[in-house]
Design a protein around this ligand. Structure first.
Ligand code: CP3
Length: 344
């Protein structure tokens, strides 16, 4: 298989590397002039639906920076297509679900479509990127985890308190279970097809799960995230699990079955690693805002991440969440080079 011994894949497997691999969540996006230019002529959905455009955007940051991995350009909402839920992206507020799922009847009306067909453009884009990417660079496929996807389906847009989502769990536990099972089925098939198309690593984003208390996570979320990872084990690709604000959930999240854990900046990498008994490769965790800070402050924070990572079985350098649109490409370039040079 192409590049099976890339620096990135070795680090995911806990093997020795010549230096620490680097990529950034949201590395393709509005902070890049090339992306903004393309977005003048195409909506986000158009880019995701067009394999050539998705390939182009996926590769934009790979041309600019010495990144160790590309992440396929898509969005965690795309699988909603395969459940009969219409959505769009608004200019300033992000995702918008036209008719949010608020009742057991709404849940019952969902269906499991044909993700291999409904999401075909993503698989085609993966094939195109893999065939044009340097073999030493790894291609990451991804999906949203059931909780985070359910939260968009239920709230209808980004949420502060997740009121409707939590009330669905507490008031209609059977409907919640049915909703989660529907998302699991579509997502598992979506991710299997991504691997078959050429994705070499999978990241499952549970971006907003940190809003839950640990017992609710155990009861209402863990079984479903676990079902997805269980379905992916047969492929032997590294599986990364990431969320924000998850300091109190890390051990439980690990039980879902990922082989690499991503953490945000609210916990140090050394503490996170200790919570996994020092046995799990870790990804993270520079505060995305540090990329906007003066250069000496940025370098200090990058050094701290690298020092904190020293006790981890292996480390993949990343941010603790996505790059902000206000970020300058020069600062991104500085960090990639700094991490590679410092750890070589
Ligand atoms: O480069 C990459 O990381 C790949 C592309 C990618 C996108 N979305 C494209 C996108 C990835 C990995 C995602 C994942 C995603 N989408 C998550 C999980 C990661 C995270 O950030 O927590 C979530 C929660 C979403 C849902 C979503 N989509 C939100 C909240 C937004 C608006 C956020 C914003 O910054 O405005 C989107 C829109 C979106 N998806 C953009 C991009 C590049 C915004 C840019 C645009 O409109 O052109």
């Amino acid at each position: 298989m192409t590049g099976n011994n890339s620096r990135f894949l070795k680090a995911c497997r806990g093997e020795e590397v010549d230096c620490t691999p680097v990529w950034f969540m949201r590395q393709a996006g509005r902070y890049m002039e090339e992306y903004r230019k393309l977005r003048q002529d195409h909506t986000l959905v158009e880019i995701c639906d067009n394999p050539e455009l998705a390939q182009e955007v996926t590769l934009q940051p790979m041309r600019r920076f010495d990144l160790d991995a590309a992440i396929i350009f898509a969005d965690i909402l795309l699988p909603l297509k395969s459940m009969g839920v219409a959505f769009d992206f608004t200019k300033d507020e992000g995702p918008k679900i036209q008719q949010p799922i608020r009742s057991p009847e709404d849940v019952a009306a969902l269906h499991v479509g044909d993700p291999e067909e409904d999401l075909r453009s993503v698989f085609e884009a993966i094939g195109l990127v893999r065939s044009s990417l340097d073999p030493e660079r790894t291609l990451i496929g991804f999906a949203g985890a059931p909780f985070t996807v359910a939260s968009y389906m239920i709230e209808g847009s980004h949420s502060r308190n997740f009121l409707h989502t939590k009330l669905m769990m507490y008031t209609h536990p059977t409907a919640w279970q049915q909703l989660m099972e529907t998302i699991v089925e579509v997502t598992a098939r979506y991710l299997c097809a991504q691997i078959e198309a050429g994705a070499q690593v999978i990241q499952l984003f549970d971006s907003w799960v940190g809003c839950l208390e640990p017992e609710d996570y155990r009861q209402y979320v863990l079984p479903y995230s676990k079902k997805i990872f269980d379905r992916l084990q047969e492929f032997s690709v590294p599986l990364i699990h990431f969320g924000t604000g998850t300091s109190t959930l890390l051990e439980l999240m690990k039980q879902a079955g990922a082989t690499v854990m991503g953490v945000d900046w609210r916990i140090s990498l050394s503490e996170a690693s200790g919570r996994f008994a020092g046995e799990v490769p870790i990804q993270g965790n520079l505060d995305p805002l540090a990329l906007l800070a003066p250069r000496d402050c940025l370098e200090e924070k990058v050094d701290r991440v690298l020092e904190d990572a020293e006790g981890c079985p292996s480390h993949i350098f990343n941010l603790g969440h996505g790059i902000l649109p206000q970020t300058s490409v020069e600062q991104v370039e500085t960090v990639v080079k700094w991490v590679h040079d410092k750890t070589r």
